[in-house]
Ligand binder design. Structure first.
Ligand SMILES: Nc1ncnc2c1ncn2[C@@H]1O[C@H](COP(=O)(O)OP(=O)(O)OP(=O)(O)O)[C@@H](O)[C@H]1O
Ligand SMILES: [Mg+2]
Length: 262
């Protein structure tokens, strides 16, 4: 196997953070998500705190769909929770445009109301909107995720991917500017997986200024991304073009398989 192209991705040649960001579909030049020099350790009772994030920096442009990848345990979910404000970093700075929404992996943790329409409208109660405005937001959000025909359906009858799309519609109805999505497709079959990822892509393409950061292990999903970030051992080690990061991970995987077979 020819591994020569791995050299192109050595640390030296990887586009450094805060340099020019390769952008496939430029809509705005401002930044929606930024974490700088983040450090994080989980407090433990018995042993010295183990560092999870180490001087980790990330920057995502507004209006784009970026993906975050890396081996199990490298700190992707921890970083996402810090960006969502669910965890506080030990040091470093965070900027994320608001309102923002964090969507979890398990579809059954996403939906709370009996029907699709009620679930999407759930978060709007606090906004003091007229009932016409609520109906219009719910209808636009369900349209964006391709779930208009399911408005009156009981959420219990939906597939996992349909529940994820309803959760995303809820965030869009609340006019969230940033979607933080942690491995939404892990438990889904292929058709639900494609449905959810297309729903996010379409939401960004039809709602001005919405940004999504999507954690995944599935390399084929990179085909839908405007850019990607690759983490190892608590820090970002590659950043930028999704195709290059896909080739880099594929090369790493084949190298690993070659090693264990030799
Ligand atoms: N509550 C916790 N207390 C102690 N350690 C934790 C806690 N949550 C996560 N960790 C550890 O932090 C490290 C990073 O975990 P994290 O969940 O961020 O990784 P990840 O990249 O999302 O992994 P995966 O791909 O498996 O989802 C792991 O070593 C994990 O065991
Ligand atoms: Mg995780």
């Amino acid at each position: 196997m020819n591994l020569s192209y791995l050299d192109r991705f050595s640390g030296r040649l990887v586009a450094p953070l805060y340099s020019t960001i390769p952008i496939r579909s430029q809509r705005t030049d401002d930044i929606a998500i930024e974490g700088r020099n983040l450090n994080f350790s989980f407090p433990t009772r018995h042993v010295k705190a183990v560092p999870i994030l180490r001087d980790c920096s990330i920057r995502i442009p507004s209006g784009q769909f970026w993906m975050l990848l890396g081996p199990n345990g490298c700190g992707k979910s921890t970083l996402l929770k810090i960006l969502a404000g669910l965890l506080n970093p030990t040091s470093g700075t965070v900027y994320v445009k608001g309102p923002k929404s964090f969507v979890f992996q398990n579809p059954d943790h996403q939906v709370v109301m009996p029907t699709v329409e009620a679930d999407v409208a759930f978060g709007l109660g606090k906004l003091n909107l007229t009932s016409d405005e609520v109906r219009s937001r719910v209808s636009r959000a369900l349209h964006a995720v391709g779930m208009s025909d399911y408005m009156q359906r009981s959420v219990q009858t939906l597939s996992g991917g349909q529940k994820q799309r309803v959760a995303i519609a809820g965030a869009l109805a609340e006019a969230c500017k940033v979607l933080l999505l942690d491995e939404l497709t892990t438990f889904l079959d292929e058709s639900d997986q494609v449905g959810v990822i297309k729903a996010v892509r379409n939401s960004l393409d039809t709602s001005a200024g919405v940004t999504a950061l999507w954690v995944t292990h599935r390399l084929e999903e990179l085909n839908y991304a405007d850019g990607a970030v690759y983490m190892e051992d608590g820090k970002v080690v590659m950043y930028g073009d999704a195709e290059r990061i896909k080739s880099f991970i594929e090369a790493r995987q084949s190298d690993y398989i070659k090693q264990i077979n030799s």
